[in-house]
Design a protein around this ligand. Structure first.
Ligand code: PHE
Ligand code: FE
Length: 277
């Protein structure tokens, strides 16, 4: 599903068979989880090699942010202290709860669609507990704690984004009932994972898949190759995405209010139109 350090949208495939069978090849320890797929983060159990690898991943990515990440992301990163080691979710949750009333929950790895969306709908963001291996420093297939935490958590501190992501969770559960999830998954992909935004006349990144991958961040903002198009809900829902390479299209928001506003209408007629196209 992906290039460096970003995750496929949880809606893009059905992993429920795998998550219910620990021998089916899904990475992560699903043995001790609760019914909602959450586990405890044993923050003392990360090895010194993992802690050192985390610091190198963070340092490499922080160096790229100043001219490329949106202001909201940069402001939140400054508060998160990621340069001190793998974050303790319980500590982060105190600050996150105060900022936007969201919570991080630890998960063993990928979780089924409906579980993921139910967490979002309740203002809980699932974060994978394990860190990629050294061999995966530049490229990882599944989301790990670096992608999930570094990429996703900073934006949860922005109120309008946080409200939007909760609404997305509800909207995805609804889309699933209406048979519209393949289309709505594209919206997640082109916003939450690969979104760009114009700020003070400059194009900056806010998507987690872009911001957790050095290669994709440079490609998304500086390469002549990809199309950079204005954000438009229906255009996005008609645009398939690439799960194993850098994207060939990115969509640019003018503000996070635009994202929240343009996704507020009832999508039922949108799905009907897409089905009839
Ligand atoms: N408003 C959409 C609906 O009614 C749901 C949605 C919310 C989708 C936020 C995306 C983001 O179906
Ligand atoms: Fe992700």
């Amino acid at each position: 599903m992906q290039n460096e350090g970003m995750q496929t949208t949880p809606a893009a495939f059905d992993i429920s068979a795998k998550t219910h069978n620990p021998n089916a090849g899904l990475r992560g320890n699903y043995a001790d989880m609760a019914a909602d797929f959450t586990v405890r983060q044993h923050v003392g159990d990360y090895t010194s090699e993992e802690q050192a690898r985390w610091l190198r991943l963070v340092a490499r990515q922080l160096a790229l942010l100043p001219t490329r990440a949106c202001r909201e992301f940069i402001d939140a990163v400054a508060k998160l202290d990621m340069q001190r080691g793998i974050p303790d979710f319980a500590t982060v949750n105190v600050a996150l709860n105060a900022a936007t009333n969201w919570q991080l929950v630890a998960v063993p790895g990928l979780v089924p669609d409906d579980v993921f969306f139910t967490h979002l709908a309740n203002r809980r963001f699932p974060v994978t507990v394990w860190l990629r291996s050294e061999a995966e420093f530049d490229y990882i297939v599944e989301p790990d704690i670096f992608h999930d935490f570094f990429g996703h958590v900073p934006m949860l501190f922005t109120p309008v984004y946080a409200d939007h992501l909760q609404a997305y969770g509800h909207g995805a559960l609804k889309a699933k009932r209406l048979g519209g999830l393949d289309w709505l998954a594209r919206l997640y992909w082109y916003t939450i994972e690969f979104g760009l935004i114009r700020e003070s006349g400059e194009i900056r990144a806010y998507g987690a898949g872009v911001l957790s991958s050095p290669k994709e961040l440079i490609h998304a903002l500086e390469s002549a190759a990809p199309r950079r198009r204005p954000f438009d809900v229906m255009t996005i829902m008609r645009t398939p995405f690439l799960i194993d390479d850098v994207q060939s299209s990115y969509f640019i928001l003018e503000s996070f209010e635009q994202l929240h506003h343009d996704t507020a209408p009832d999508f039922t007629p949108y799905y009907t139109a897409l089905r009839n196209a």
